[in-house]
Design a protein around this ligand. Structure first.
Ligand SMILES: [Zn+2]
Length: 189
């Protein structure tokens, strides 16, 4: 186990195993491994056996239209998916304030989308592109490009991350549940 407090990590980096540690802030469990959701610094709590990440801060001014970002789906409601932004792709820098982004159903993918829940679900990790800054902490996003969309899909039944089985379908290795998603061509699993 090489990770130690103060190490700088990127989204998806392995931090430890669930046999030894409990995943805490800004981490997730992936098949027994604990990984970072964001770019940041590792914080190990050896007493309580917890691993968390302290987000790396940076100037929010670098968030602008056209920039690709990583985030996590926090809600899917009606015509809009809400995304909590984690970091900017190009420099892997975190965001100093918590930005939220919205993806309108018309911006989910190139073609027609009947149900937004066939595109995204709560907990999914996604890559998206900023189309418009609409407030100090709020942006509009699009995933209507092949490389954009869901990078990791979270099972709605048991919260495990799922494996890709076809262009638009994932399957849960834990419970066998199959779901549809707008998968990025860079889907991780
Ligand atoms: Zn499942």
């Amino acid at each position: 186990m090489k990770t130690k407090s103060g190490d700088f990590v990127l989204p998806g980096d392995a931090l430890g195993v669930t046999e030894e540690f409990v995943p805490s802030d800004w981490t997730y469990e992936d098949d027994g491994s604990i990984r970072s959701l964001i770019a940041g610094t590792v914080s190990l709590d050896n007493k309580n056996k917890k691993i968390s990440i302290v987000p790396k801060t940076s100037s929010p001014s670098i968030l602008k239209s056209g920039v690709a970002v990583f985030g996590q789906v926090s809600d899917v409601r009606g015509q809009r998916a809400l995304i909590k932004l984690d970091s900017i792709k190009d420099n892997n820098r975190g965001l100093v304030t918590s930005f939220s982004g919205g993806i309108h159903i018309s911006q989910a993918q190139k073609g027609y989308v009947a149900k937004l829940t066939d595109e995204f679900r709560i907990g999914d990790l996604i890559e998206a592109r900023v189309t418009k800054i609409i407030g100090v902490d709020n942006v509009d996003l699009t995933t209507a490009e092949d490389e954009l969309g869901v990078l990791k899909a979270m099972c709605t039944k048991c919260r495990h991350y799922m494996k890709q089985v076809s262009k638009n379908e994932v399957k849960c290795p834990n419970c066998g549940n199959k779901e549809r998603r707008n998968l990025s061509t860079k889907y991780e699993g």
